[in-house]
Write a protein that binds this ligand. Structure first.
Ligand code: AMP
Ligand code: GLY
Length: 424
């Protein structure tokens, strides 16, 4: 099979790395990819949201399957585009259509969906310009901290958690009236604050059956001790020690099954990943959010732990035969540590020469923001490289990731030296 992966991050490099191990793979293309994916497959200089260019490429190169990494093409309807095109409609796309992608594309949609289908989640109400004063009144009924969420995609920045009522009211009007997050915040979801510790559970589904993938915990803040600004993710650990078999069973019964059944009841034919952000409050799961893709850097620890053939699993998703596929997980712990550009998640420079790759041992270097320039590799983004290692436990795996993090060099390299600190 010829496969095209859409995207350019560590997640897509991890997909490429895993798909390349499949005996079913013939040619692998990544659009646009990074320096790491170019070592495994062929990078194609096409944006993941340029559907017409993707069509031309897919037809010319006899691509048999498209695997979508990020949410943007899904929310914009890449899967629908394929299904509506006579020449493309039989080429499977791994990732939901627009209707299913609303689980991530609209917070209001996903909250309504959870309530309707009995999935445990924080109590909420949503507000627009027409009922802003009711929004203020609703805030007065809640205890701090106050959680305000822009309805639409806001590049991971659309959630505010505030301790002060007056500030929460001010931010609510800024979001709705002044479009603080553009059109994404013309509707705002206000919800109860959930206590507990966060983790993520990933599901692969063909619309009927599903596989629950390994759980993971990511470290979102830039600073050690979980301080400072939010990032896309600075590291991840899988499995999560507090996600016991008992807890995962509760997640399956209370969250996964009602979600899959809910999608079916809504007539949404969902084929792809569901990333379930969960709060574990004293052993009880509550859903913080759905994403309609894999997480990054969670993919860099989840995918290496899957022993089964990922391309075979994707075929199962496409043909709705996922229930027939075997699914095996490596029992070992995997950790990843993300190297970033100094200044990230605020301003940073790109194009810095990277060295030390040949010294990396006992870790997999998944490239995120990197680019091949002649014979050198240069930085090309905020998050640059994820170093994934296996170990007998978290400490053992992390020691390898950290040792290799020291060997890679570039101008203003930064990484968190405390990934997993709360779990050890
Ligand atoms: P989201 O974009 O929905 O993932 O929200 C970003 C982050 O805000 C989450 O990863 C949580 O850490 C936090 N968060 C969101 N909603 C809540 C909530 N209801 N209670 C507590 N924390 C929340
Ligand atoms: N690491 C969080 C995400 O991918 O959304």
């Amino acid at each position: 099979m010829n496969v095209l992966i859409l995207g350019s991050g560590g997640r897509e490099h991890a997909f490429a790395w895993k798909l390349a191990q499949s005996p079913k793979l013939t040619k692998l293309f990544i659009a646009p990819g990074n320096a790491g994916t170019s070592e495994i497959g062929t990078n194609v200089n096409i944006s993941a949201t340029d559907f017409e260019a993707i069509k031309k490429f897919v037809l010319e190169n006899k691509v048999n399957m498209v695997v979508v990494g990020p949410e943007d093409p899904l929310v914009k309807g890449v899967h629908d585009y394929f299904l509506a095109d006579a020449q493309l409609k039989n080429i499977p796309v791994i990732g939901p259509q627009k209707d299913g992608a609303q689980l991530e594309g609209s917070k209001e949609f996903s909250k309504k969906f959870m309530v309707k289908h009995g999935v445990p989640t924080a109590k909420y109400q949503s507000f627009t310009k027409t009922n802003l004063t009711e929004g203020f009144a609703f805030l007065e009924t809640l205890q701090p901290p106050f959680v305000l969420k822009a309805d639409g995609l806001a590049a991971g920045k659309g959630v505010l958690i505030l301790n002060d009522l007056a500030e929460a009211k001010k931010e609510l009007s800024l979001m709705i009236e002044d479009q603080k997050f553009g059109a994404a915040s013309s509707t705002v979801v206000i919800e109860e604050f959930l206590k507990g510790i966060e983790l993520s559970v990933f599901v692969l589904t063909d619309g009927n059956s599903y596989k629950i993938l390994p759980s993971a915990k990511d470290y979102k803040r830039i600073g050690e001790g979980d301080t400072g600004l939010n990032t896309g993710g600075m590291g991840a650990i899988s499995p999560v020690p507090f996600a016991t078999a008992d807890f995962i069973k509760k997640v399956e019964e209370q969250v996964v099954i009602p979600t899959i059944n809910g999608l079916k009841k809504e007539g949404i034919n969902y084929k792809g990943f569901i990333f379930i952000g969960l709060m574990n409050d004293n052993g009880n799961p509550s859903v913080v959010e759905y994403n309609v893709r894999m997480g990054d850097p969670e993919t860099e620890v989840v995918i290496p732990r899957i022993k089964s053939d990922l391309l075979d699993l994707f075929e199962g998703v496409a043909n709705q035969t996922l229930h027939e596929k075997s699914f095996e997980v490596d029992e070992r712990t995997a950790t990843t540590v993300m190297l970033v550009s100094g200044g990230y998640p605020e301003d940073f420079e790109k194009g810095k020469i990277m060295t030390g790759f040949e010294q990396v041992e006992n870790s997999i270097a998944f490239h995120a923001g990197t680019k091949q320039e002649g014979s050198t590799i240069v930085t090309n983004g905020g998050r640059v490289l994820a170093l994934t290692s296996f170990g007998t436990d978290i400490k053992d795996a992390l020691s390898k990731s950290f040792a290799n993090a020291e060997k890679i060099n570039y101008y203003k390299k930064y990484y968190r030296k405390d990934i997993g600190f709360d779990l050890i």
